[in-house]
Write a protein that binds this ligand. Structure first.
Ligand code: ADP
Ligand code: MG
Length: 273
């Protein structure tokens, strides 16, 4: 469990990116932070692994302040996937995945053997192991990024708009893979996106954010769709289409029809899960 208690972040230039943010992130579920660009999503995520230090409030992991552990150790035991993949260009795929375990003291041969298994886990052909990142497609690079984040076998996986830079078809594949991984690996995932459809598809818990990381609504996709808390949420869920066209919104359990004003108009399909 990750707990934010009254957390704020003011950057040195005076920008108040996060204002009095409190939230409990349950273990072994996917929590999605969703909101427009600049609302504070990345800042929230980076405070969990101390890439950004809060200006106020407290963050705990499993009941212990994250300040008790040194920042480097904390960062290595929490997986982190970035939008750009963040791979090291002059390292092979295999060495990109094996790097963190080696830094943690695992023998290189053992780390590479484990890295090969992780390529299987994320659905990459082992034949790609000796390539360099520039020799991979965007979707393949993102998969390597996920494999690398999993290499230290973290309990927590932070994902910051990991699929924003790939085309819609590859994005849909990666979203499906993420659902499969989540079922298989059972991690605490904190996922950031500006895409409400992606949030509803992947989130067990969805946190809709306004500027300053103020929580507009918190709930399961079904709760938010059935009962949007205010106009901001309705606009965001309806994506301000203006028109009345219904669009299908997929969640982990089924598909809901939503009108242009963000109101659920019925269940289209219920998955037999
Ligand atoms: N290092 C920084 N220095 C000053 N302002 C920053 C810094 N990083 C982010 N910000 C500002 O904080 C706000 C939230 O940024 P961010 O967390 O990156 O938003 P998001 O990820 O939701 O797009 C924005 O106004 C952004 O410009
Ligand atoms: Mg961001």
């Amino acid at each position: 469990m990750i707990e934010f208690r009254g957390v704020s972040k003011r950057f040195p230039d005076g920008t108040l990116a996060v204002e009095d943010f409190s939230l409990i992130i349950p273990p072994r579920k996917t929590t999605v932070f969703v909101g427009s660009s600049g609302c504070g999503k990345t800042t929230l995520l980076r405070m969990i692994n101390r890439m950004v230090e809060p200006s106020g409030g407290a963050i705990e992991i499993d009941g212990r302040s994250i300040l008790e552990e040194n920042a480097v150790g904390l960062r290595r035991r929490i997986g982190y996937v970035l939008q750009s993949g963040g791979l090291m260009p002059h390292f092979t795929v295999l060495d990109n995945v094996a790097t963190v375990p080696v830094l943690q003291g695992v023998k290189r041969a053992q780390a590479r053997a484990r890295a090969l298994e992780l390529l299987d886990t994320v659905g990459l052909d082992r034949g790609l192991a000796q390539r360099y990142p520039s020799q991979l497609s965007g979707g393949q690079q993102q998969r390597v990024g996920v494999a690398r984040a999993l290499a230290a076998d973290p309990n927590i996986l932070l994902m910051d708009e990991p699929f924003a830079a790939v085309d819609p078809i590859v994005r849909a594949e990666l979203q499906t893979e993420t659902q499969r991984l989540q079922r298989e690996l059972d991690k605490t995932v904190v996922f950031v996106t500006h895409d409400i459809d992606e949030a509803f598809l992947l989130g067990d818990q969805v946190v809709i954010l306004e500027r300053g990381a103020r929580i507009a609504q918190l709930g399961t996709p079904e709760e938010i769709l059935a009962n949007p808390a205010n106009d901001f949420v309705r606009r965001f869920v309806g994506i301000d289409r203006g028109g009345r066209a219904l669009r299908p919104v997929r969640t982990a359990t089924g598909t809901v029809l939503v009108d242009g004003a963000g109101r659920a108009q019925g269940v289209l399909v219920e998955d037999g899960t």
